[in-house]
Design a protein around this ligand. Structure first.
Ligand code: GLN
Length: 191
């Protein structure tokens, strides 16, 4: 069976683990999911998720624990990574915030908490490239993607990119792990 890892230092960790289990079941794949808080586990993993939460905290802890380099090596080896919300911020090339040391896995610039106070949290039906029906996008103090380099835009909301893909990495401003809908996880891990 597959071995999956959820970067588990902070954030929506168990929700991603459950979503990964559902996505693998839908694809007829067995999976063991590890929550990653220390170095040494990522190299065992076939696929990874980096959750929503607080990007300054996730960034600080993955560097402190020696997990950051392992995530970079995982992506360099062409293995899938799904990075959501705070995870997207950490995976970006630039988060325009000194407190976030980004991993430069996606050639995008993001701006934290930039969807505006009146829209701190909202849900929106998103047209996502490769999905036939709209995906329920759950946005919680979500980052705006304000520059896209080599990445491909998979979805936009109100004219702004909210899902991107580059090689084996998919990043979303929203939280597929907080829905019952596996399709973004399946897209990231199996397509
Ligand atoms: N606002 C958070 C940050 O900047 C991200 C929010 C989230 O992941 N729900 O890290």
């Amino acid at each position: 069976s597959l071995i999956a890892g959820v970067v588990g230092v902070q954030g929506n960790v168990s929700e991603h683990a459950t979503a990964i289990e559902r996505a693998c079941e839908a694809r007829g794949e067995g999976v063991i999911v590890h929550e990653i808080r220390t170095a040494g586990v990522v190299p065992e993993c076939d696929l990874l998720a980096m959750p929503g939460g607080e990007s300054t905290t996730i960034s600080r802890l993955v560097h402190r624990e020696g997990i950051a380099e392992e995530i970079v090596d995982h992506v360099d080896a062409g293995k899938p990574l799904l990075a959501t919300c705070a995870g997207l911020i950490v995976a970006a090339a630039d988060a325009q915030d000194d407190r976030v040391e980004t991993l430069n896995l996606l050639d995008v610039h993001v701006e934290r908490n930039a969807f505006g106070r009146q829209k701190d949290s909202f849900e929106a039906p998103l047209e996502v490239a490769g999905l036939e029906e709209p995906f329920p996008g759950v946005f919680i103090r979500a980052p705006v993607i304000d520059r896209v380099g080599d990445a491909t835009v998979l979805a936009e909301w109100e004219g702004r990119p909210v899902a991107v893909q580059q090689g084996s990495v998919v990043g979303t401003s929203f939280h597929p792990e907080l829905t019952q809908d596996n399709r973004i996880h399946e897209l990231a891990f199996f397509e």
